[in-house]
Design a protein around this ligand. Structure first.
Ligand SMILES: [Zn+2]
Length: 428
C-alpha cells in the first residue's frame, strides 16, 4: 500500500451535463494493488494508515492520466510537415514514412520512440493507429507491453488508393489481424483494435473482413477516420453511394467500442447514427488546424448526444500532449462564435481524461475515485518556468487547471503511474 500526498484534481462527471471539477487540496490518495482504496484530507486519512509508505507530490497538480483516443504510431517522425491539406500531406509526407515500417528493425526503433513520447506526455491510455505491416504492429505491442501503458492498436488495412506496398486483400487482412489478436489481445493492458485506414482506401469486401475480424475477437475495439476533409468526403460518397458514417455502419462496425477520428463535417443524420450506436468521436483540434480540415462542431455533438474525447493525431497533430489539444480545442470553439461552446477547466480536463477512458471502454480509469485504477500524472513544472510562476499564483484549483492547459506540455510531466506502477519519472 502507498499513500500519495498532493493536490489532486479530476472531473469524474460529464461537465456538459452538469459535472464539475473535483479538488482535493493537501490531500491523500491511498493505493493498494494499483487501485485507489481511500482518499481524503491528508491529516485525517494518514491517521487511518499510520505505517504505510508515503510519497510526497508537493507543488503542482496531480490529475488522472491522459487518454489519447487517436494517434498514429508510424508518423512520429513526420510531425511538423506544415502547410498541406490532408490528401497532399498523406501523399508527400505520411505515406512515404509509413512504408519504411516494412523493415522490422526500423519499426522497432519507432515503436520505442513512440511509447516513450506517449509516457513523457503523461498519456497513460491510448488508441493507437498501427501500421500496415503486421511485423511493425508486433513491434508496437512489444514496446507497449514493456512500457506499462494501456494500449489498444491493430493492423491498419487498405486495399486501394494507397501505394502498393501498403495494400492488402480481404483474405490476407483477416489472417494477419487474427494472428496479431491471438498474440496480443487481452495480454496485460493490451487490446486489439480493428483498423481500416479510411473508407476511401477500403472496398466493401475489406470492410466486411473487418467486421469478421471483430466478431472473431471479442472485446476488440474498432477505429478509423470519418468526415475529416471536404474533398475526401466527396470522394467517399461517390465511391460508396452513401454518407461517410454509413460506409462503416452498414457493416455493423459501429458500437460502443468504436472510435472515429475527426468528424469535422457530419450531417445531422450521421450524428444521429453515431449517437444511437453509442460510438465515440476523437476530436483532434491541432491536426484539424494543421491540415486546415475545418472547425469541429462540438456543440452539435453535445446536442446530438454523441460521445467525444481528444486525440493528438500525431503526425498531422503537432505534439503528444493532450494539454495542447485541449488548448487548441478551446481556441477553436471561441473562434466559432455562436456555433462554438466555451471550454474552461472542467470540460478540458474531462475531455483529456475521463471522456477518453469512456470512449476506450476503460470504466476503471480516467478519474481518481475510490475503486479506480491509480492512473495519474504529477504535473510539476521546473522551478522558474512561466507555468511554475503561474501555478504558484493561481486563484484556485480551477484557475490552476486552466493555467496548465494554457502553458503546460510534456516537459511539465514529472511522474506518471499506470495501475499504481510508476512508468515515468523525470527525476528533477
Ligand atoms: Zn488520423
Amino acid at each position: 500500500m502507498t499513500i500519495y500526498r498532493g493536490t489532486f484534481v479530476d472531473c469524474p462527471d460529464d461537465p456538459f451535463a452538469g459535472g464539475a471539477l473535483r479538488t482535493l487540496t493537501e490531500g491523500a490518495i491511498v493505493v493498494r494493488d494499483g487501485v485507489i482504496v481511500a482518499r481524503g484530507p491528508w491529516d485525517v486519512t494518514v491517521a487511518d494508515f499510520p505505517d504505510e509508505p508515503r510519497v510526497e507530490l508537493t507543488g503542482g497538480l496531480v490529475v488522472p492520466g491522459f487518454v489519447d483516443t487517436h494517434v498514429h504510431y508510424p508518423q512520429l517522425r513526420v510531425i511538423g510537415a506544415l502547410g498541406r491539406p490532408l490528401l497532399e500531406w498523406l501523399d508527400k509526407r505520411a505515406l512515404p514514412e509509413e512504408m519504411r515500417l516494412a523493415d522490422d528493425d526500423y519499426a522497432a526503433e519507432i515503436a520505442l520512440e513512440f511509447v516513450g513520447s506517449l509516457v513523457r506526455a503523461g498519456t497513460t491510455s491510448a488508441l493507437v493507429f498501427g501500421s500496415h505491416f503486421p511485423g511493425a504492429v508486433d513491434q508496437l505491442f512489444a514496446a507497449a507491453e514493456a512500457s506499462g501503458l494501456r494500449i489498444a492498436s491493430g493492423l491498419v488495412v487498405s486495399d486501394g488508393v494507397l501505394p502498393e506496398p501498403l495494400l492488402t486483400t480481404a483474405e490476407r487482412s483477416l489472417a494477419d489481424a487474427l494472428g496479431l489478436a491471438e498474440r496480443w489481445h487481452g495480454r496485460g493492458r493490451l487490446r486489439y483494435a480493428v483498423t481500416p485506414r479510411f473508407s476511401l482506401s477500403c472496398s466493401d469486401a475489406l470492410l466486411a473482413a473487418c467486421a469478421e475480424t471483430r466478431a472473431a475477437v471479442p472485446g476488440s475495439l474498432f477505429t478509423s477516420h470519418v468526415n475529416e476533409n471536404v474533398a475526401e468526403i466527396r470522394q467517399v460518397e461517390a465511391q460508396f453511394g452513401t454518407d461517410y458514417v454509413g460506409t462503416y455502419d452498414r457493416h455493423g462496425l459501429l458500437d460502443q467500442r468504436s472510435v472515429l477520428a475527426h468528424n469535422v463535417h457530419p450531417t445531422d443524420a450521421e450524428l444521429a447514427v453515431l449517437a444511437s450506436r453509442g460510438s465515440a468521436v476523437a476530436h483532434c483540434p491541432c491536426s484539424n488546424s494543421a491540415l486546415g480540415s475545418g472547425m469541429f462542431p462540438l456543440r452539435r455533438h453535445v446536442e446530438a448526444g454523441v460521445r467525444f474525447a481528444l486525440g493528438t493525431d500525431v503526425g498531422a497533430g503537432v505534439s503528444f500532449s493532450l494539454l495542447r489539444e485541449g488548448l487548441q480545442a478551446a481556441f477553436m470553439q471561441l473562434l466559432m462564435g455562436a456555433e462554438g461552446l466555451r471550454l474552461n477547466a472542467a470540460p478540458l480536463l474531462w475531455l483529456a481524461t475521463k471522456a477518453g477512458a469512456s470512449a476506450l471502454g476503460l470504466s476503471d480509469a480516467g478519474d481518481l475515485s475510490v475503486g479506480q485504477q491509480f492512473d495519474a500524472v504529477w504535473l510539476s513544472p521546473v522551478e522558474g518556468t512561466t507555468l511554475d510562476i503561474a501555478l504558484r499564483n493561481a486563484a484556485d484549483e480551477g484557475d490552476a487547471v486552466s493555467k496548465v492547459f494554457a502553458l503546460g506540455g510534456s516537459s511539465d510531466v514529472r511522474r506518471v503511474w499506470v495501475g499504481g506502477g510508476e512508468v515515468w519519472n523525470r527525476r528533477h
